[in-house]
Design a protein around this ligand. Structure first.
Ligand code: FA5
Length: 354
């Protein structure tokens, strides 16, 4: 058989196979069988090289025509299969544009941030201005100007972290163990009267169910003329009722702070045990043990603090209070957390509950 005849035979067989293919995958197999690297037509075309030169050109052209004819038929059938497949998508894949969408997971602010915002808004309504002061500060602001001279034993209660820096004019640098440093910064500005609410991070070497090493306090300071302890009591009562609910009880316990006189600890009835100290089965409440949880300290600003900042205690006076943000949040009605440390474990199962 001449090469021409052989090529015609390949064309006829190939086109027959193309027409018989029942799917796009079968078509691919036909393509490989005839046009692939070792395909039938490809092998025939390789034989061209053995022909005498005068026949080679015409045979080459004939071979090319066969190739073009097969390609054309293959492409036509491939296009048929593709359009049938896309027509079928309409039957199997559809979307109901009226169906409710899948909700995108939404985050929320951390519970402490939420509490800080709520506390700030509450005091703002009473005319307090939110301020911020450094969280790494000099000894003078954290202790000395607060009537706690160097080596005074009262300092021990603050279990302070010292920063490893050479001491400056105002003493060593500490991570603020409370927000009372804000009182001194605020008084030093000499813009009286004062109604500040200073909220920031505090650091102490403590960790148990009601203590974390990094926590937040909010510190109020009111300096004016004619301020008495009844103003303090009024502000604290207002805050407790607005934040916790009218049914929660607060109490002031006499206490001692070096920077206030008289001084108090402010307690609130525990929400975990309803202020009884006992849980339903009779077990002692893990958080409060006796029905009350301490929220923070308060008192009338000590004259020595005013003197240290150059404010005349004969003319000016006022009160201050400093409470823990986390403890305050924890005691909110319905929160019922019996271990403060969960707030900072980054456990989303816990955080998403709120
Ligand atoms: C003080 O820090 C005083 N500066 C408060 C004060 C301000 C008194 C102004 C008078 C006038 P105290 O050490 O008790 O006081 O801390 C106050 C509150 O901070 C505590 O009652 C508690 O709510 C919170 N707190 C203290 N340590 C921690 C801690 N490690 N983790 C979480 N909260 C804490």
């Amino acid at each position: 058989m001449s090469l021409r005849d052989a090529l015609d035979k390949v064309r006829t067989a190939a086109i027959k196979d193309v027409l018989a293919a029942g799917s796009a995958a079968e078509l691919t197999r036909v393509r490989v069988h005839y046009l692939g690297r070792k395909g039938e037509l490809t092998l025939r075309l390789k034989e061209l090289a053995d022909l005498p030169e005068k026949e080679r050109k015409a045979a080459g052209e004939a071979g090319n025509q066969v190739k073009v004819a097969i390609e054309k038929e293959l492409s036509r059938r491939e296009a048929d299969f593709a359009s049938t497949a896309s027509a079928k998508i309409g039957e199997t894949e559809w979307i109901d544009v009226t169906a409710p969408g899948t909700p995108v997971p939404e985050g929320h602010l951390h519970l402490t941030t939420q509490a800080i915002r709520e506390i700030t808004a509450l005091f703002r309504r009473l005319g307090f201005t939110r301020v911020r002061y450094p969280e790494a500060d000099y000894d003078w602001y954290a202790f000395e100007a607060l009537n706690m001279p160097p080596d005074h034993p009262a300092r021990d209660e603050w279990e302070t972290f010292f920063v490893d820096l050479p001491p400056g004019e105002k003493g060593k640098v500490v991570l603020t163990p409370h927000t009372s440093n804000g009182q001194i910064h605020e008084l030093e500005r000499k813009e009286l009267p004062i109604r500040m609410i200073n909220i920031s991070k505090c650091y102490r070497r403590q960790s148990d169910v009601s203590h974390v090493p990094m926590f937040h306090q909010f510190e109020g300071l009111v300096i004016d003329k004619g301020i008495s302890v009844t103003h303090l009591k009024g502000v604290l009562d207002h805050f407790a009722k607005a934040y916790f609910g009218a049914d929660r009880r607060t109490r002031l316990r006499p206490f001692h702070f070096r920077f206030t006189e008289p001084s108090f600890e402010v307690d609130i009835s525990c929400d975990i045990c309803g202020g009884t100290g006992l849980l339903a089965g009779g077990a002692v409440c893990r958080l409060c043990k006796q029905g009350w949880v301490e929220l923070g300290g308060a008192g009338m600003v000590h004259p020595n603090v005013l003197k240290a900042t150059g404010v005349d205690p004969e003319q000016w006076g006022g009160f201050a209070f400093g409470w823990g943000v986390e403890r305050t949040f924890m005691m909110k009605a319905g929160v019922k957390i019996d271990d403060l440390r969960v707030l900072y474990k980054n456990d989303l199962h816990f955080l998403h509950q709120f």
